[in-house]
Design a protein around this ligand. Structure first.
Ligand SMILES: Cc1cc2nc3c(=O)[nH]c(=O)nc-3n(C[C@H](O)[C@H](O)[C@H](O)COP(=O)(O)O)c2cc1C
Length: 394
């Protein structure tokens, strides 16, 4: 029988599922509720110095839907509105009541050594398991020179990591932003500065769209809007890319976050190099109770693969991600059309001809492939409404 127990930097996790720093971890009593329901741990909503101004806008969210399902948020929420003392007492309370749960203190401060170190010194005195440095909030904070303004600058990120490491008595994870050309440029810089691990990714900066009736932004604050942090299913490919890129350049632990909505997403993140998982948007849409399916799904999967724990799944796909140059260009696939399933709708023929290749045609009530013209791109198999096309190696 497989187990979900895992260990990261000697911190014991009863399961690898953590709540990411966000509204579901904004109150001690909410975290208590989540722990009761089975979450392995929580990253607290980002704690800041008490005097850092934090004025929220309303509304805070816009959503992207596919059919009727929400597949992503744009949010412009700021950081925790609770005091440092509230969190220090809260961590102590939670750890006493739930000693087996992991608590990570997310922190952010202005670029002033004393401000970062004061936060660390206060939290050092609590039983929190680790720090997470929020160098990556993409809205509001960068305008004050913090959040993503730190995480897009290797020099400032390294300097602050150094300040924190000087005084921290617990492991330090740096939460990275995907809003850079190359996330490993920053991850390698903070690793050199001494961080113990990474969290990736924070939200992807975006603009959720325009209401074409009113000609106002979808995220409409009294007729105006701003760029915000996108999260949920729509950012998963960006998260998987960033986590695997960091893994290719570092052996340090990675806490993955970005678009996980079911156990399969979580398993994929482990396969590309994650040590544990953090979830926010899916919890905000469906509640803490999703933990039951996450745990049973991942456990069943490990058992079905004959794996004892997630360490056997970790990194498996990383060596299979390479450069375009190194891909085998002699490998080719071509469509195989199941005439029983095909309803001759002509979609594959049209798309193939309008996307350069014209390798498919209809002849005698059959779709016919011209192998000379086919480049094996696979587009036809994705647009077929009847799943009648499969790609076969030639
Ligand atoms: C409303 C909202 C508030 C958030 N607040 C914080 C925060 O205070 N600190 C932080 O590090 N990340 C924050 N995040 C980012 C999440 O922790 C997480 O990294 C991101 O949403 C990607 O995960 P998801 O796709 O599971 O939501 C917030 C995200 C959302 C949607």
């Amino acid at each position: 029988m497989a187990t979900l127990r895992t260990s990261v930097l000697n911190i014991e996790f009863e399961n690898p599922f953590l709540l990411a720093s966000a509204p579901p971890t904004a109150l001690v009593e909410s975290i208590e509720n989540a722990f009761e329901q089975g979450w392995g741990g929580a990253v607290l909503k980002t704690i800041t110095p008490d005097d850092l101004e934090m004025i929220e806008a309303s509304p805070r969210y816009a959503v992207l839907k596919s059919k009727d399902k929400i597949i992503g948020f744009q949010n412009i929420e700021l950081l925790s509105h609770k005091t440092v003392q509230y969190w220090c007492e809260g961590i102590k309370y939670l750890k006493e009541k739930y000693p087996s749960k992991v608590i990570i203190a997310s922190i952010m401060a202005p670029v002033v050594k004393e401000e970062w170190q004061n936060l660390v010194l206060a939290i050092n005195k609590t039983p929190a398991d680790a720090f997470e440095l929020n160098f990556s909030c993409p809205h509001g904070m960068p305008e004050k020179g913090i959040g993503m303004a730190i995480g897009t600058d290797a020099e400032i990120s390294s300097m602050i990591t150094g300040w924190v490491k000087e005084v921290a008595t617990k492991p330090v994870f740096v939460k990275l932003t995907p809003n850079v050309a190359d996330i490993t440029y920053i991850s390698q810089a903070v690793e050199k500065a001494g961080c113990d691990g990474f969290t990736a990714i924070n939200t992807v900066q975006g603009f959720m769209g325009v209401n074409l009736e009113t000609l106002e932004p979808n995220l409409n604050i009294d007729g105006f809007s701003t760029y915000g942090g996108c999260s949920g299913t729509m950012v998963k490919p960006i998260g998987l890319k960033c986590v695997s890129q960091i893994r290719k350049t570092s052996d340090k632990p990675i806490l993955a976050t970005g678009g996980m909505s079911n156990w399969q997403d979580c398993a994929e993140y482990i396969a590309v190099g994650s040590d544990a998982l953090q979830i926010c948007t899916e919890v905000m849409l469906n509640g803490y109770g999703i933990i039951n399916n996450l745990k049973s799904g991942l456990l069943n999967y490990l058992n079905s693969k004959g794996m004892n724990d997630i360490s056997e799944l970790k990194n498996i796909v990383v060596p299979k991600i390479t450069s375009h140059e190194e891909l085998n260009k002699k490998y080719k696939v071509c469509p195989n059309i199941d005439s029983e399933k095909c309803v001759l709708c002509g979609k594959c023929v049209k798309i193939c001809s309008e996307s350069e290749h014209s390798a498919l045609s209809e002849n005698n009530k059959q779709i016919v492939l011209n192998k000379e013209k086919c480049v094996g791109c696979s587009l036809c198999s994705y647009v077929c409404p009847k799943s009648a096309i499969s790609m076969k190696k030639v």
